[in-house]
Design a protein around this ligand. Structure first.
Ligand SMILES: [Zn+2]
Length: 422
């Protein structure tokens, strides 16, 4: 990779993520990092002779963070269409069963292609870091040539003790890599309803011991709550028989998903929780007390008809929030701009426009442990930014409303990752 020569970037507005929008703001980039930030007049005055790139009537803003996605499923819409499975089922369990049917026809090469498309689509959509889940661990090398930051969570799930022994070995081997390109490896025990209690507890133990980042889908659907608490419902009667797991339907635990996770040792800050749709007030307060991070995926929740996460209560309680698109099997784009616009309506104003921008930037960075590198434009952070060209005039006090009301993903003019134009 060739590093750029020092350069000052400026535009009509600079939205750093740390301060109100700055008119005629600028920053100096050297070696892929921001070294100074201020007004264009001050930067030009202090650094005469350095190249200046003026983007004119545009907005400069950080790249966003997609804290939960499955980029290996980016080609899912085409796969489903080819398999004659075009319609998205209305029920959560039917959706999982359909996904299994479609995936049975795929090869390792299909996942590799799909992951590469996902990486490229993410960057084009103004994303600089991802919390990506990968079930086909062999495809992870697609990240080797990518400049995306974040964590690649190696997914694992299962109930059969013999199979779990083999899974543990494979996982330990894959984790020896530690990184692929710039992305760090972590682990994702899929969810409380797809993994045995002992295996789940052993993964959390290992992650705490090795300080490995982890991510778990939690409290996504009413079906999950019923299954974990009572050992019955659609997951027990429909999903488990479909995949030959009838003999593994657990006894009723009497515990809701959050309590169940607590019992297995899963409530530690490095375990990034995803969805949190079905949470009561006591559970929200417990998550805050345990300093948990939670990724909200409103477009996926809407498509799968599982309900609305209590976003306002989570925010008020102090649970650390971020945004994720989830996969293209349950969402129609990998754009966090699109997710912000949808979330603004979906949560009925419980999360206002500046808050949604914070979730999409510094919230996502914190969720992935990257707060010193990305999430805002500031000296010392990587020069990962985008240039938006609004179709209509936007006043300084309208910028955050523009971010959630307009399809900003269509207004992206340039994307820079680590100082390099993509
Ligand atoms: Zn997911």
């Amino acid at each position: 990779m060739t590093l750029e020569t020092p350069c000052i970037y400026t535009a009509k507005y600079l939205v750093t993520g740390n301060a109100p929008p700055l008119e005629a703001g600028a920053f100096l980039v050297n070696g892929g990092k921001i070294v100074e930030l201020g007004s264009i007049a001050a930067l030009k005055g202090g650094h005469s002779g350095i190249k200046v790139v003026d983007f004119g009537d545009t907005i400069l803003t950080p790249l966003l963070v997609n804290a939960h996605t499955h980029l290996e499923l980016t080609n899912f819409p085409q796969w489903a269409a080819t398999a004659g499975e075009g319609e998205t089922p209305a029920s959560f369990v039917d959706w999982i069963v359909r996904m299994i049917r479609v995936k049975r026809k795929l090869t390792a090469e299909d996942y590799r292609d799909s992951l590469l498309h996902g990486i490229n689509q993410s960057i084009a959509a103004g994303t600089g870091a991802v919390g990506d889940i990968i079930a086909h661990h062999g495809a992870r090398n697609q990240y080797c040539d990518s400049s995306l930051l974040g964590t690649l969570f190696l997914e694992t799930l299962g109930q059969d003790p013999e199979l779990i022994c083999r899974l543990k070995e494979g996982l330990a081997q894959a984790l020896q890599d530690e990184v692929c390109g710039l992305i760090k490896l972590g682990v994702s025990p899929h969810s409380p309803y797809t993994i045995s209690k002992d295996y789940l507890a052993s993964i959390y133990r290992k992650c705490r011991e090795l300080k490995l980042r982890c991510s778990t889908h939690l409290a996504e659907s009413a079906d999950e709550v019923e299954f974990v608490e009572h050992g019955r419902g659609n997951i027990a009667s429909h999903l488990y028989p479909y995949i030959g797991w009838e003999s593994y339907v657990p006894q009723a635990t009497g515990l809701r998903p959050v309590e169940y996770l607590l019992q297995q040792g899963g409530l530690f800050p490095e375990n990034l929780l995803v969805h949190g749709v079905h949470l009561n007030q006591a559970e929200i307060e417990l998550l805050a007390q345990k300093q948990m991070s939670l990724v909200l995926c409103p477009r996926s929740n809407a498509l799968l008809n599982v309900g609305t996460a209590p976003a306002g209560k989570l925010l008020q309680a102090g649970v650390k929030l971020s945004l994720g698109t989830d996969s293209l099997a349950s969402c129609d784009s990998l754009s966090i701009w699109d997710e912000m616009a949808f979330a603004h309506t979906w949560f009925a104003g419980e999360l206002d426009a500046p808050t949604l921008f914070t979730l999409a930037t510094s919230g996502g960075a914190e969720a992935l442990g990257l707060q010193t590198e990305i999430g805002s434009l500031a000296p010392g952070k990587v020069a990962s930014f985008q240039v938006l060209q609004p179709q209509t005039t936007v006043a300084p006090n309208e910028i955050f409303d523009y971010f959630v009301s307009s399809p900003c993903s269509a207004d992206i003019k340039h994307v820079y990752l680590q100082g390099i134009l993509q």
